[in-house]
Write a protein that binds this ligand. Structure first.
Ligand code: RFL
Ligand code: PHB
Length: 389
């Protein structure tokens, strides 16, 4: 079998790339290890930058997003019993869109199905062959059968634990990593959000975030020990701890209910360089991870998709390889800025196990600078709404 582009991974990066290429007449196959339901059951991102919203439009899949998404023009930051607002719209003329990754992924799967796109679920033993030659191919097993697909290019969109990045020889690849000494415990509950906008809270007991998916669906997170397990956190313990970490004005009106999802995510900053090896191109979490503070993961995956889509279109329409040759450099230039923002915002908002009194004072000084300085707020707003592509 032959396809122009093999896409490994049917998460948001792989599906968005597939849909954009489909619109350009490029023939793709998506290989996904899990089932569609499993992929849609993962509760992840909730805040979309304008760049991703525009790409969904370009891919022809933004109807439901436009109808059901909520524009947020600012966010609240709480610390030391104080709370202030960073006004994105005032500083940048833009907002962000609250619309879940689950919905984005579902819209993309629906569109791929409507277009009769070739998607294989439950594939095993995916192997990339000869990526550094002009005749690469990908092999995999499905339902007891072995398959081979010859192609022009391979898009490695298979997330942090996928095979694509590991295909690049260690002599070529350089990894940069920082692991944070805590995790995020998140719950989803069918309750109205505590506030119209997100609240990021720095408290002595650790970080907390009040987020949402819609008017009846809330998403809350609290910083927890990296070694905690969800079983040690009953819903009641979670709600009690959340109340202690957010300002009294919010805690007093918090509506609680049973969790419909509860999970713990580790926090990590990670980048691999380069993002291209021969005819293999890495996209999204396969190449980089950010801690979720600041909501940059899915959005940074989207900017990779944008650059790769441009490069592939240029190749197929004009036989010009410039966009592909510059893919890694272009994508990484933006990735590192998103890494910086997520690292900065994580450092500002979390309680570190080995934090000294001096370190704590530094956090408070920076938070009060952010509260009082329009210039500091403008820098934060610019990064939060998303740097231009
Ligand atoms: P994904 O979503 O991990 O998808 C990769 C897909 O590849 C499949 N796969 C394979 N398929 C075939 N063969 C193999 N060998 C394979 N190995 C893996 C996997 O099954 C999977 O379906 O990566 P992708 O597409 O790059 O998307 C990245 C985003 O999912 C991620 O960056 C965000 O979810 C991060 N993130 C957030 N990002 C935001 O922009 N805004 C947010 O508000 C936000 N909140 C979050 C987040 C991530 C979180 N967690 C759990 C890490 C909140 C949380 C709690
Ligand atoms: C979410 O709603 O899941 C979310 C929102 C903002 C973040 C991280 C996660 O910074």
């Amino acid at each position: 079998m032959r396809r122009q582009v093999v896409i490994i991974g049917g998460g948001p990066s792989g599906l968005l790339l597939g849909q954009l290429l489909h619109r350009a007449g490029v023939d793709t196959i998506v290989l996904e290890r899990k089932t569609r339901d499993y992929v849609l059951g993962r509760i992840r991102a909730g805040v979309l930058e304008r760049g991703l919203v525009a790409l969904m439009g370009e891919a022809g899949v933004d109807t439901r997003m436009k109808a059901d998404g909520f524009v947020h023009d600012g966010t609240l930051i709480a610390y030391d019993n104080d709370m202030f607002r960073v006004d994105f719209a005032k500083h940048t003329g833009q907002g962000v869109l609250v619309y879940g990754q689950t919905e984005v992924t579902q819209d993309l799967y629906d569109a791929r199905e409507a277009a009769n796109g070739d998607t294989r679920f439950g594939v095993e033993n995916v192997v990339v062959h000869d990526a550094d030659s002009d005749t690469p191919h990908v092999s995999f097993d499905q339902g007891g059968q072995h398959h081979r697909i010859d192609c022009d290019f391979i898009a490695g969109c298979d997330g942090f634990h996928g095979v694509s990045r590991k295909t690049i020889p260690e002599t070529v690849r350089r990894d940069y990593e920082k692991v944070y000494p805590f995790g995020w415990l998140g719950i989803l509950s069918e309750t109205p959000p505590v506030n119209e906008e997100l609240i990021y809270a720095n408290s002595d007991r650790g970080f907390a975030l009040c987020s949402m998916r819609n008017a009846q669906l809330s998403r809350y997170y609290i910083q927890c020990d990296a070694s905690d397990s969800v079983d040690t956190w009953s819903d009641d313990t979670f709600w009690d701890e959340l109340r202690r970490r957010i300002p009294a004005s919010a805690a007093d009106v918090l509506i609680t209910g049973p969790s419909i999802e509860k999970s713990i995510a580790p926090l990590r900053s990670f980048v691999t360089e380069p993002m291209r090896w021969g005819r293999l191109f890495l996209c999204g979490d396969a190449a980089h991870i950010v801690p979720p503070t600041g909501a940059k993961g899915l959005n940074t995956a989207a900017s990779d998709v944008h650059y790769l889509n441009q490069g592939l279109r240029q190749f197929y329409l004009d036989r010009n390889t410039d966009g592909l040759d510059r893919y890694s450099e272009r994508a990484l230039a933006r990735v590192w800025k998103a890494e910086r923002f997520s690292w900065w915002f994580s450092n500002l908002m979390h309680h570190y196990p080995d934090q000294s009194e001096f370190d704590k004072k530094m956090q408070l000084a920076e938070l009060s600078l952010l509260r009082d300085s329009p210039e500091a707020q403008a820098v934060m707003a610019l990064n939060y709404v998303g740097l231009p592509y």
